[in-house]
Design a protein around this ligand. Structure first.
Ligand code: SF4
Length: 345
C-alpha cells in the first residue's frame, strides 16, 4: 500500500481556517478594499480585541474613502487617539487623499499601485490584494514570520535581511493556487491565537506533526531572540495652563513622538506672576513607548485669564478632549476636569 501523501502547509492551514478560524471579525465577509485596508493598518502591531472598538468608531465617522479623504487631519488623529503608532493615521489620511485625487476615488486594485501608497508595505499590499481583489500574493506579518520560523525550524535572527529574504521565499513558495484569502487569514489566525509568541498551543495546532521546532524541541528558542538594544529614557516637563474651563495646548510637529497630536507646552512660558493664581507640581507619570521610557513631570498652573500665547491655542476642555491627544495628556485633562468641577461647586 502506498503511504498517504503528506498534506501541504496550505492544505493544513485552509482546513484549519474553515474548521476553527475566526469568521466573524467586523472586517471579514467583505471585499470592500477600504474596509480591509483600514483593518490591516489598525492591526499592524495591535491586537484584534484592541482594534475592534477603534475600527467601529472610525467607520461610523468615516464610512467611505471619500469621507476620510475630506476629513481634517485633527479629526482623524482624534479617532486614533490611544491606538498608538500615530504615523499609521497620518499615512491613512494621506493615502485616502491620493486615492481621491489620483485614482478618482477608486481604490487601486493593482499590487504595485497599492505598494506606492503611504503606509502600505509588501505584506499589507498582499493582504488587500488577496482579500479585496481575489489575487494571490503572499503575506508576512510579525505573527506569520514567527509561525514560519518555527514550522521550518529557522534558528536565526528574523530581523536580518538574509532571513527576511528567506522567509519571503517560503511565503511565496507555500502560496496555494486557490483559496488564497482563506489561507492567509488562516496564517494570521494561527500566528495570533495558536503559535503565539509565548506559550504556543502546540497540542491544538494543526501543523504540529510537521513542525520542525516541535520536532527539535526548540519551540521556545524560536524565533531566535537577538539581544535587544535597551530602551532609551527621556524626561519631559508638561505645563497645564488653565483658566475657567479652558486649557492651553500646542500641536506637536508632524515628525517625532506623538506626531501631529495636540499636547501640553513642554516649557515654562514665563507668564507674568500677576496672572498666576495657583501653581502646583503634580506627581511624575511614567509612560513607555516602543523605544523609550518617558518620565513626565506635570505642573498645573491656574491663570487669572486666558491670554493668547504664541504657537499655542486655548481650548474649552470638552473640545480639547475631542482632539487627538497622547494618552498621558488625555489622562491629565481628565484629572483637570475633576479639578474644574470641584471649583464650580
Ligand atoms: S506546533 Fe507549535 S510551534 Fe509548531 S507551528 Fe504549531 S503552535 Fe507553532
Amino acid at each position: 500500500m502506498r503511504p498517504a501523501k503528506q498534506r501541504t502547509l496550505a492544505e493544513l492551514v485552509i482546513a484549519y481556517q474553515k474548521r476553527s478560524g475566526r469568521q466573524d471579525l467586523p472586517w471579514q465577509k467583505t471585499t470592500d478594499p477600504y474596509l480591509i485596508w483600514l483593518s490591516e493598518i489598525m492591526l499592524q502591531q495591535t491586537q484584534v480585541s484592541t482594534v475592534i472598538p477603534y475600527y467601529q468608531r472610525f467607520l461610523s465617522q468615516f464610512p467611505t474613502m471619500q469621507t476620510l479623504a475630506n476629513a481634517r487631519r485633527d479629526d482623524v488623529l482624534s479617532l486614533w487617539s490611544g491606538l498608538g503608532y500615530y504615523h499609521r493615521a497620518h499615512h491613512l489620511h494621506e493615502a485616502a487623499q491620493i486615492i481621491r485625487d489620483q485614482y478618482h476615488g477608486q481604490f487601486p486594485c493593482n499590487f504595485n499601485d497599492l505598494l506606492q501608497l503611504p503606509g502600505i508595505g509588501r505584506s499589507t499590499a498582499g493582504a488587500i490584494a488577496d482579500f479585496a481583489f481575489g489575487a494571490n500574493y503572499p503575506i508576512l506579518d510579525g505573527n506569520v514570520k514567527r509561525l514560519f520560523a518555527r514550522y521550518f525550524g529557522i534558528q536565526a535572527d528574523l530581523s536580518t535581511s538574509e532571513v527576511s529574504k528567506e522567509l519571503w521565499e517560503i511565503a511565496s513558495k507555500e502560496m496555494p493556487a486557490e483559496q488564497s484569502g482563506i489561507y492567509i487569514q488562516g496564517l494570521m489566525d494561527l500566528g495570533a491565537t495558536v503559535c503565539r509568541r509565548s506559550q504556543p498551543d502546540c497540542q491544538n495546532c494543526p501543523l504540529q506533526h510537521h513542525c520542525r521546532a516541535r520536532k527539535l524541541d526548540k519551540v521556545n528558542q524560536i524565533p531566535y531572540k537577538a539581544t535587544r538594544k535597551a530602551k532609551g529614557s527621556q524626561s519631559i516637563r508638561f505645563f497645564i495652563y488653565w483658566h475657567a474651563n479652558q486649557v492651553l495646548l500646542k500641536q506637536k510637529p508632524n515628525k517625532g513622538i506623538w506626531a501631529g497630536l495636540w499636547s501640553l507646552p513642554e516649557k515654562d512660558l514665563q507668564i507674568s506672576a500677576t496672572l498666576i493664581q495657583t501653581k502646583e507640581s503634580l506627581p511624575a507619570i511614567h509612560h513607555t513607548l516602543t523605544h523609550l521610557h518617558l518620565t513626565l513631570q506635570p505642573t498645573r498652573v491656574q491663570l487669572t485669564k486666558a491670554s493668547p500665547i504664541k504657537e499655542t491655542t486655548w481650548f474649552g476642555l470638552k473640545a480639547a478632549l475631542a482632539l487627538g491627544l497622547p494618552k498621558p495628556v488625555r489622562d491629565l485633562m481628565l484629572e483637570l476636569q475633576k479639578v474644574m468641577q470641584t471649583q464650580c461647586r
